[in-house]
Design a protein around this ligand. Structure first.
Ligand code: FDM
Ligand code: MG
Length: 210
């Protein structure tokens, strides 16, 4: 059975993940390829509402927040698997690596952070949006409104993301977004995913391991 690829976009705040994931889904649909967007945190669910309250000023200890974000992925697992198996390209805006990177940047142990996500559906393709210059993010709109949008903290998160990038031994697709027009980034993304989305994936969905 051929299924749709699971395509994950990761990166720091304000790198353009939401813009690009939405535009990719539109572009795929325009050429007749089924596509569905999942974004994490999914703030629509009951758990997602708790996460939203936390991100906009509520208080939770770091472990509890971490487990909520993970549970928010688990509660969407069946829908995500079903969408891929129905043939859709499943486009994800943040997932496991954001979960670990933000919590590890707060000082939680990395291995502890990964463990609740083990077994979630693995992405087939990871696209990592990066600024060469982290401070660039502050020049982009709305920066600074939510809990983690501080330059010093973003540097720590970036370092955590880069550990995963290194461990991927080149399988992560890095896209530098500094000063690039939206259309140029979209074109780079299309080069990475276009043909896989047309062909689909033969292998079964793998459980995430680390
Ligand atoms: N975030 C996101 C986490 O801390 N853990 C997670 O598991 C996920 C998915 O939530 F600062 C953080 C990252 C970001 C914040 O995300 C809200 P969006 O993409 O800005 O909605
Ligand atoms: Mg944000």
């Amino acid at each position: 059975m051929t299924r749709g690829p699971i395509i994950l976009f990761e990166g720091l705040d304000r790198t353009g993940k939401s813009t690009q994931t939405e535009s990719l889904v539109d572009a795929l649909r325009r050429v007749g390829i089924g596509a569905e967007l999942f974004r994490f945190p999914n703030r629509e669910t009951g758990l997602g509402k708790m996460i939203n309250a936390y991100l906009t000023g509520g208080s939770l200890n770091d472990e509890t927040a971490h487990l909520l974000f993970s549970a928010n992925r688990w509660e969407c697992k069946d829908a995500l698997v079903a969408s891929s198996e129905a043939g859709n390209a499943v486009v994800i805006d943040r997932y496991i690596f954001s979960g670990v990177a933000y919590s590890a940047a707060k000082g939680l142990e990395r291995e502890w952070c990964v463990s609740p996500d083990l077994g979630l559906p693995s992405p087939d393709i990871v696209i990592f949006f990066k600024f060469k210059d982290t401070a660039k993010a502050t020049e982009r709109g709305q920066y600074g409104e939510e809990r983690y949008e501080k330059v010093e903290f973003q540097k720590l998160v970036r370092h955590e993301f880069e550990k995963f990038e290194e461990e991927s031994s080149g399988s992560w697709n890095v896209v530098y977004v500094d000063d690039k027009p939206i259309a140029e980034v979209a074109e780079e993304v299309w080069q990475i995913v276009g043909s896989v989305c047309e062909k689909g994936i033969e292998d079964e969905i793998r459980p995430f391991q680390w």
